[in-house]
Write a protein that binds this ligand. Structure first.
Ligand code: AP5
Ligand code: ZN
Length: 214
């Protein structure tokens, strides 16, 4: 199954991705996670990406397309994958289609999770992520059992550098300008489903399973 998660920052893509990849046993490919790992390791790619991410701007297309398609060439993507945060521009979507077509593949479902701006801001500014395993929590919506500590591995929870008010608000604007047109793009392709992201974590996941199948 070849899946794409679409939706504004804070819609719950990463949260649902963790459940989807477990159920369907496919790799989770998040361009944001790849960049954050590179920033942590201090690579050249990380240095380049950080400039854009800290401002809430998109990393340039050429860089992202190369990273994503390189990842998709790996063996574990042979029977399916879940893309989270890629594509994010029409250019990226076209390049992805070219890449998949050349391999005789296609996108099976685009899952578009929608949440209004006010709720997005609450979610982004309240998010805390595990320093070690990357698990994601929310100070109010999805609190860890022990404040500031990851349920999964016991490490410290921190706030993402781009989750402050100003950067979060800019990310939502950039989404509306650059990424929202993708809804039309996939509407034309006829493989997009829209999911209300405010109906609760489990309900969102149940909708996804309804769309993708058991
Ligand atoms: P990226 O890492 O992709 O971030 P994003 O798209 O901004 O998405 P987020 O991770 O912020 O949100 P999410 O939808 O995954 O929400 P989550 O599940 O955590 O990108 C970061 C940056 O990298 C970009 O700004 C850009 O610079 C660069 N980049 C990455 N890909 C790129 C690309 N293709 N092209 C160019 N640049 C790129 O949930 C959010 C919070 O809400 C959490 O606290 C969670 O616990 C809570 N929550 C989740 N679900 C629910 C629910 N149902 N009810 C209540 N609370 C919930
Ligand atoms: Zn952890």
């Amino acid at each position: 199954m070849n899946l794409i998660l679409l939706g504004p920052p804070g819609a719950g893509k990463g949260t649902q991705a963790a459940k989807i990849v477990e159920k369907y046993n496919i790799p989770h490919i998040s361009t944001g996670d790849i960049f954050r790992a590179n920033i942590k390791e201090g690579t050249e790619l990380g240095k380049k990406a950080q400039e854009y991410m800290n401002k809430g701007e998109l990393v340039p297309d050429e860089l992202v397309v190369e990273i994503a398609t390189d990842r998709l060439k790996k063996d574990d993507c042979k029977d399916g994958f879940l893309l989270d945060g890629f594509p994010r521009t029409v250019f990226q979507a076209e390049k992805l289609d070219e890449f998949l077509t050349a391999q005789g593949k296609k996108v099976d479902h685009v899952l578009d999770i929608d949440v209004d701006k006010e709720e997005l801001m609450v979610r982004l500014t309240g998010r805390r992520v595990c320093k070690t395993c990357g698990a994601s929590f929310h100070v109010v919506n999805i609190p860890p059992k022990k404040e500031g500590i990851c349920d999964a591995c016991g490490a410290e929870l921190v706030q993402r550098a781009d989750d402050n008010e100003e950067t979060a608000a800019n990310r939502i604007e950039v989404y509306n300008k650059e990424t929202k047109p993708l809804i039309d793009y996939y509407e034309k392709a006829g493989n997009i489903a829209h999911i209300d992201g405010t109906i609760g974590l489990e309900n969102v996941f149940n909708k996804i399973v309804e769309i993708v199948g058991e």
